[in-house]
Design a protein around this ligand. Structure first.
Ligand code: ADP
Ligand code: ZN
Ligand code: ZN
Length: 822
C-alpha cells in the first residue's frame, strides 16, 4: 500500500499538494553523502524535493497518510533532511497562523524557519542525464551547449542564465525543461550543515617538546616551545597571533609531525553580548504578592494567561526573571519576546547576566549563519531560553513552559507585510495553549485588546502600582504651543527650555523626542489644534494633494480641502511639522554648549550603532539625547531628569482607529524615561491640542482613566477589541482596474457578511507609491470568531470573485490582513 504526503510550498497558493512516497528514496542535500531511506522515515516537518511544474522544488511535508487521491500523483524525489526540522508543535502553530491570518501554509511555515533554512531557494539549472539529441538551433541550442560545456554535473543558477540571455533565455529554459533536456533544481541558499573550522592539537605529549631543549634551537623549535605554553587545540589564527610564530615557522611546525589537525563545528556564539554573571534580586513585598499566582501556575504546568500591568520601573523585568528561573527549575524552556532587540539592549543584557549560557539571542542583525546556529542550539536543546523580537515566537524552544511578552502593546509585534501577517502576541497565546504553558504579557500601557481579555476573564491581570525603591513618577506639564507662539526658543517653548538649561547646569541629562511618525498628509489647524477627521470613523482624513481633497481611507468619505477650520474658522490650516534635522539645528543654535546626540533611522543603521549611542549617553558623554520614537523605548538612565516631547500630536495624524492609544502609549513611555534614579523627573509635552484625552490623562499618569474613555469610544464605533478588523488590500499599476477590482471584491464580501461590517473600498492613505496604486476595504469581524470562520469567509469570497472578476484583472494583487493595526 503506497503512502502519500501532503506538501506545502513557500508561495501564496493556499493549498497543499499530494505526492506519493516511494518505497526507497535518497536523503541529504548533496550527491556525495547519499543515504537511502525507506518510505516510513518520511515525516511531517521534513523538507523534500518534488517535481512542481517544470522544476524540482523544495517543499515541506505537513502530513503523511494512506488516502489514495483520485488523481495521478508524482513521486517525492528526495528528502533533504534526515530528521524533521520543524517539530509537530511548531507545525501545528504554523497551521493555526495559516487559517487565522489567511496566509498560505507555506508562508506560515517559512516564518517559523530561520533565515538560513528558508525553504525558498535558488533555482539552479543543469543537464538532464542521458540526453542524446540536442535541440537543433537558436537560443535553446546556445544554452544547451553552454550547459553541456560545464564540467561533469555542474549546475548554474537560473539567475545567471537570465542575466546572459534575458527574458528570451527564461522562455528557452522553460521549453528545454519541458522537453526533458535540462533539469531545474531549487537549492536552499544556506545549507544547514554546521560551519566547520580547523583546529590544531598535539600529536605528541607537550612534555616531549620541552625536552627538545638545546643551546641554540632553530626558529621553528623555539616556535614549538611557544606553542607548548598555549592551551591546544587552537585555530590557525590563534596560533599565528603568538610571538615568534611566523607563517614560515608555522609551516615547519606543521611539517614536523608534532601537531595534527581536525575539523570541528565552529561554535560561534550567537550573540556578542558579554556574560557578566549576576544574581537574582529578591522581590519586594508588592512584587512578591503579584508573583505568587504566576508561580502557582508554573508549578501546575497548565495553560494560564497573565497580564502584568505595572508602571515603568515597577519591576516587571524582575518578575519575568523569577518566573523564568522557576520554569527552568521544572526542566521546561522559556521564550521571551521584546519589541526589537536592538532597541532593548538593556533588557536583554539583564536576562543575559542571570541566565547567560542558557540563552539563545535571535537578533535580526545576526548573519544568517549566526541566526541558524542560535536556532539549532535551541532545537538540539543545548539552549533552553530564546529571546528575540516578533519572529522568535516560532523559536524551537523545547517544551516551552513560559512565554513572556514585554511591552506587549507594541505594534512591532504585528507583521503587516509580507504574509503571514501574524500578531506575535496572539500567536504566542496559541503556542502557550498547545504546550500547557504560562504566558505573561507585560506593559505600563497594556493594549486595549489585553485589557478587554482581562475584563472578560480570558486572562488574569496583575498590577504593580509603585516604582521600586520609592522612585517617583515624574511631573508632567502640558505646553499649549498656541500660547507660546511668541515664547519659543528654537523648537522649545520657554518652560521646557528653562528646564533644559537648569538640568544642564546641574550636569543632569535630557531626552527630547521628535515624533516623525505619520504622514505629513494630515491637516491640522494652527489656531485650535483640530486635526480634520472623518465624521463616521473618527480617524484623521488624508490629504490627497493631487486632487485637492481629503479622504477617509476606512470608509471612503471625502470632502474638498476646506479654506477654514471647521471648528474655529481660522484660515491657518494646512500640513504642519518639520524634519528632525532642522529641529536639531535649531536646538544647537539655542543651546550652543550642550552636547547633543541624535538617534534616528539615519544614525542607527550600523550593527551596534544603536547600542553605541546609548552607551555613550549612559556614560555621560552627552547631555541631550534627541531622536524619534526609538528614544521612548526601554531606556533606563538614572541621570535623566528632563524629558520633552517636541510634537505630541503627530501620532494622531496617523489615519487609524488606534492613534489615540498609540499616542498615550508613546507619551507615557517617554515620560517613564525621566526620574528613574533618586532625582525627581520632569516631563514636558508640547502640543496644539492640550485637551485631547491622551494628553489629559497622561498629565496625571491616569492610564486606567484613559483606557476607560478610549474603550467607550471603541464600543460606540464597534472597533477592536469589540470587533476584529481585517483589511483587504488591492494593488496594481492600473488605477482604473484596481478600483474596479476593489469594488467587485468588496461587494462580494458585503454579500457574504452582515450589513455594516464592510467599510469601503477607498484609496489607501498613500494612494500611489512607486506607481503602484492601492485601495483598501475594512471588515469588522466578530471578535470571538476564529480561524475557521475567517478561512471560510475569504475562501468563499475568492471563489465568487474568480467567477465575477472583470477581464484582465489578473494584475491586481489582493491581500488579506487580519487584525491590522492600521
Ligand atoms: P520595569 O521592567 O517594570 O520597567 P524594572 O524591572 O526595570 O522595571 O525595575 C526598575 C529598576 O528597579 C531596575 O533598575 C531594577 O533593577 C530595580 N528593581 C526592581 N525591583 C527590584 C528588586 N526587587 N530588587 C532590586 N532592584 C529592583
Ligand atoms: Zn481651528
Ligand atoms: Zn470614514
Amino acid at each position: 500500500m503506497p503512502s502519500f504526503a501532503d506538501i506545502a510550498f513557500p508561495t501564496a497558493v493556499r493549498r497543499c499538494f499530494t505526492y506519493r512516497i516511494p518505497d526507497q528514496l535518497k536523503c541529504g542535500m548533496d550527491d556525495s553523502s547519499e543515504i537511502s531511506v525507506s518510505a516510513g522515515s518520511v515525516r511531517p516537518g521534513m523538507r523534500v524535493w518534488v517535481p512542481l511544474k517544470n522544476q524540482m522544488a523544495i517543499g515541506m511535508v505537513v502530513r503523511t497518510h494512506q488516502e489514495t487521491p483520485d488523481f495521478e500523483t508524482k513521486d517525492i524525489i528526495r528528502t533533504l533532511d534526515s530528521r524533521p526540522v520543524l517539530s509537530d508543535e511548531l507545525l501545528k502553530l504554523a497551521e493555526w497562523v495559516h487559517r487565522f491570518y489567511y496566509s498560505s501554509l507555506g508562508e506560515a511555515i517559512q516564518a517559523a524557519l530561520p533565515a538560513g533554512m528558508n525553504f525558498i531557494a535558488e533555482p539552479r539549472v543543469r543537464m538532464a542525464p542521458n540526453v542524446h539529441k540536442p535541440p537543433s538551433r537558436g537560443i535553446e541550442r546556445e544554452i544547451f551547449d553552454f550547459l553541456n560545456d560545464l564540467s561533469g554535473d555542474t549546475d548554474i543558477s537560473l539567475n545567471e542564465i537570465s542575466r546572459q540571455w534575458q527574458k528570451k533565455g527564461e522562455r528557452a529554459i522553460d521549453r528545454l525543461a519541458k522537453k526533458g533536456l535540462i533539469e531545474i533544481w531549487q537549492i536552499p541558499k544556506v545549507r544547514m550543515k554546521p560551519q566547520m573550522e580547523t583546529v590544531w592539537s598535539w600529536k605528541v605529549a607537550p612534555e616531549e617538546i620541552k625536552e627538545l631543549e638545546s643551546s641554540s634551537p632553530p626558529k621553528w623549535i623555539r616556535g614549538l616551545q611557544v606553542l607548548a605554553e598555549l592551551p591546544l587545540p587552537a585555530t590557525r589564527v590563534e596560533i599565528l597571533a603568538q610571538p615568534g610564530i611566523t607563517p614560515y615557522v608555522w609551516k615547519r611546525i606543521r611539517d614536523s609531525g608534532y601537531v595534527t589537525s581536525k575539523e570541528v563545528p565552529s561554535d560561534q556564539a550567537a550573540s556578542a553580548l558579554p556574560h557578566e554573571p549576576d544574581s537574582i534580586s529578591s522581590l519586594n513585598e508588592e512584587q512578591a504578592s503579584v508573583y505568587e499566582p504566576v508561580r502557582e501556575a508554573i508549578e501546575a504546568e497548565e495553560y494560564k494567561r497573565f497580564l502584568l500591568y505595572g508602571v515603568t520601573g515597577s519591576g516587571k523585568t524582575e518578575i519575568y526573571i523569577h518566573a523564568l528561573r522557576d520554569t527552568l527549575a521544572r526542566g521546561r524552556g522559556g521564550l521571551i519576546l521584546v519589541p526589537e532587540i536592538a532597541l532593548t539592549p538593556q533588557t536583554v543584557r539583564r536576562f543575559y547576566r542571570i541566565f547567560g549560557d542558557q540563552i539563545a539571542v535571535l537578533h535580526s542583525r545576526l548573519s544568517e549563519r549566526e541566526r541558524f546556529d542560535a536556532w539549532s542550539s535551541l532545537q538540539k536543546g543545548e539552549k533552553t531560553i530564546a529571546i528575540g523580537a516578533r519572529s522568535a515566537v516560532f523559536a524551537p524552544v523545547r517544551n516551552p513552559g513560559l512565554i513572556i511578552i514585554d511591552e506587549e502593546h507594541d505594534s512591532s509585534y504585528k507583521q503587516e507585510d509580507p504574509a503571514p501577517r501574524y500578531h506575535a502576541r496572539e500567536t504566542a497565546i496559541m503556542r502557550a495553549r498547545f504546550n500547557d504553558a504560562v504566558i505573561m504579557t507585560g506593559s505600563a500601557t497594556p493594549s486595549l485588546v489585553s485589557l478587554n481579555a482581562a475584563a472578560t476573564d480570558k486572562c488574569r491581570m496583575l498590577k504593580l502600582e509603585s516604582r521600586h525603591a520609592l522612585a517617583e513618577l515624574p511631573d508632567v506639564t502640558v505646553l499649549d504651543l498656541k500660547q507660546y507662539r511668541s515664547a519659543m526658543r528654537g523648537p522649545l517653548a520657554v518652560p521646557l527650555f528653562l528646564a533644559v538649561e537648569e538640568a544642564l547646569a546641574k550636569k543632569e541629562q535630557i531626552i527630547l523626542l521628535h515624533n516623525r511618525r505619520g504622514f505629513s498628509t494630515f491637516i491640522q489647524c494652527e489656531d485650535c489644534g483640530q486635526v480634520l477627521e472623518c465624521p463616521h470613523c473618527s480617524v484623521s482624513l488624508t490629504h490627497h494633494r493631487s486632487r485637492r481633497h481629503l479622504r477617509c481611507h476606512y470608509c471612503g468619505y471625502s470632502r474638498l480641502m476646506p479654506r477654514q477650520c471647521p471648528s474655529c474658522d481660522s484660515e491657518s490650516i494646512g500640513e504642519l511639522g518639520m524634519g528632525t534635522q532642522r529641529v536639531e539645528d535649531e536646538l544647537r543654535e539655542v543651546l550652543p554648549d550642550a552636547r547633543i546626540l541624535r538617534m534616528d533611522q539615519d544614525t542607527t543603521s550600523g550593527k551596534n550603532a544603536h547600542d553605541n549611542i546609548l552607551q555613550k549617553f549612559g556614560r555621560g558623554d552627552a547631555d541631550i539625547l534627541m531622536g524619534t520614537q526609538i528614544v521612548a523605548k526601554g531606556l533606563d538612565f538614572p541621570n535623566v531628569t528632563v524629558v520633552g516631547v517636541i510634537n505630541s500630536d503627530t501620532e494622531l495624524a496617523f489615519p487609524s482607529y488606534r492613534s489615540a492609544e498609540r499616542m498615550y502609549q508613546l507619551l507615557s513611555q517617554v515620560a517613564g524615561r525621566s526620574g528613574r534614579g533618586s532625582k525627581p523627573g520632569k516631563v514636558f509635552l508640547q502640543t496644539l491640542m492640550p485637551d485631547h484625552s491622551a494628553l489629559r490623562f497622561a498629565r496625571s499618569h491616569d492610564f486606567p482613566g484613559f483606557a476607560r474613555q478610549e474603550m467607550m469610544s471603541r464600543k460606540n464605533l464597534d472597533y477592536p477589541p469589540y470587533s476584529r478588523l481585517a483589511k483587504v488590500f488591492f494593488r496594481s499599476a492600473d488605477p482604473q482596474m484596481v478600483a474596479r477590482v476593489a469594488e467587485t471584491f468588496t461587494g462580494i464580501l458585503a454579500g457574504l457578511l452582515h450589513n455594516g461590517t464592510v467599510m469601503g473600498p477607498s484609496p489607501s492613505a498613500i494612494e500611489r507609491m512607486n506607481n503602484i496604486y492601492s485601495w483598501e476595504a475594512h471588515i469588522k469581524l466578530h471578535p470571538e470568531k476564529g480561524g475557521q470562520f475567517i478561512e471560510r469567509v475569504f475562501d468563499r469570497a475568492f471563489e465568487a470573485y474568480d467567477k465575477e472578476k472583470p477581464a484582465s484583472s489578473g494584475k491586481v494583487r489582493i491581500t488579506v490582513n487580519v487584525d491590522t493595526m492600521h
